[in-house]
Design a protein around this ligand. Structure first.
Ligand code: FAD
Ligand code: NAP
Length: 311
């Protein structure tokens, strides 16, 4: 039986593992379906982690985190968790993709969030063939070419800036004329000559052929259509909460979640179920920052340690 199962290996999961194992908890496994690091590894840069003055890519920034946790005994199991359930004796069952089960005394859920789709015509058809949600991964394919980026939040604007260094031009398509992104980022975008703002515009459809995407048709507030002929479009329209592993067979959630599916926790990252903790982007009122996810993870790790040792 595991003392602690951590689900998700982003900043929250890795920090939870570090604090729990360094605090003395044995038998701690982090189930992370991919390489550890989380969603920040798809970011071109991180410049707001306190104490880290050098601007690094998300991938480089996260590189030392797994090694640091594993030094204290945390293990990484590269498996996808499909469901967490609670036994009558208070322990948990972690169901893994492929049918295997693990039992644990406590669980910290740190599954974060994943990029949303904008749901325009052609988005799914050309996904991976011109439509992408990761500029760091796919931007280079469009070196010296024109691309479009969709959205008005921090991700869309930061990634449009990143793309502007690789691509000849970036059309930033946003459905309103004001942005959610931080004012300093908006200012940088406005001062970048090869970013054209296409505002109050909705994507009607993406079009192309067997070879891939050829462009987007966008519609402005007056219904006027514009053809933006680009081989690449980057969709940055927010994130979905990864809470599905908490869904039980009858459709209910194992613990309380709010109306948007965010997991309800207290200041100790305790959920409504004893021994079950949640940390990072999937919890209520998350600030959705690496430093906050790491702080949550540390708190949850310390609390799990306390729970396993003293109940
Ligand atoms: P995540 O990082 O989302 O990690 C969750 C992990 O869980 C993933 O690795 C996933 O593979 C795994 N997982 C999910 N479901 C399962 C399952 N069923 N089984 C096993 N594993 C599973 N924040 C900043 O502070 N500064 C920035 O500059 C910044 N830039 C960003 C740029 C981009 C493009 C994006 C997308 C985000 C950015 N953020 C930034 C936000 C930051 O990345 C997140 O707040 C942070 O990563 C959240 O950490 P987390 O550990 O809660 O979740
Ligand atoms: P976000 O803040 O939710 O912004 C999503 C954007 O997409 C919004 O501008 C929204 O438009 C638009 N949008 C949503 N659905 C759409 C659709 N179907 N079609 C067209 N446009 C659509 O998401 P995010 O930018 O990914 O950021 C997520 C969180 O991570 C935020 O809390 C953010 O602050 C944080 N983050 C922080 C940093 C940083 O600190 N440097 C970097 C990246 C992300 P409306 O504005 O009209 O709703």
């Amino acid at each position: 039986m595991l003392d602690l199962a951590i689900i998700g290996g982003g900043p929250a999961g890795l920090s939870a593992g570090l604090y729990a194992t360094r605090g003395g908890l044995k038998n701690v496994v982090m189930f992370e379906k991919g390489m550890p690091g989380g969603q920040i590894t798809s970011s071109s840069e991180i410049e707001n982690y306190p104490g880290s003055a050098e601007i690094l890519s998300g991938l480089d920034f996260m590189a030392p985190w797994p090694e640091q946790c594993m030094r204290f005994g945390m293990k990484h199991s590269m498996e996808e968790v499909t469901r967490v359930t609670k036994n009558e004796d208070g322990t948990f069952i972690i169901a893994l993709n492929g049918g295997k089960m693990e039992q644990a005394k406590s669980v910290i859920v740190c599954t974060g969030s994943t990029p949303k789709r904008a749901n325009f015509e052609g988005e799914a058809e050309f996904f991976g063939k011109g439509v992408s949600t990761c500029a760091t991964c796919d931007g280079f394919f469009y070196k010296n070419k024109e691309v479009a980026a969709l959205g008005g939040g921090d991700t869309a604007l930061e990634e449009a800036l990143y793309l502007s260094h690789i691509c000849s031009k970036v059309y930033l398509v946003h459905r309103r004329d004001t942005f959610r992104a931080s004012p300093s980022t908006v200012e940088r975008v406005k001062n970048t000559p090869n970013i054209e703002l296409v505002l109050n515009a909705k994507v009607k459809k993406a079009y192309g052929d067997k070879m891939g995407l050829n462009g987007l048709i966008v519609v402005d507030g007056d219904g006027k259509e514009r053809d933006i002929a680009v081989p690449g479009v980057f969709v940055f329209v927010g994130m979905n909460v990864n809470n599905s592993i908490l869904k039980q067979e009858d459709g209910s959630f194992l613990c309380d979640v709010d109306e948007n599916g965010n997991v309800v926790v207290d200041l100790s990252m305790r959920t409504s179920v004893k021994g079950l903790f949640a940390a990072g982007d999937l919890r209520i009122q998350a600030s959705k920052q690496v430093v906050c996810a790491a702080g949550d993870g540390a708190t949850a790790g310390i609390q799990a340690l306390e729970y396993v040792n003293h109940g």
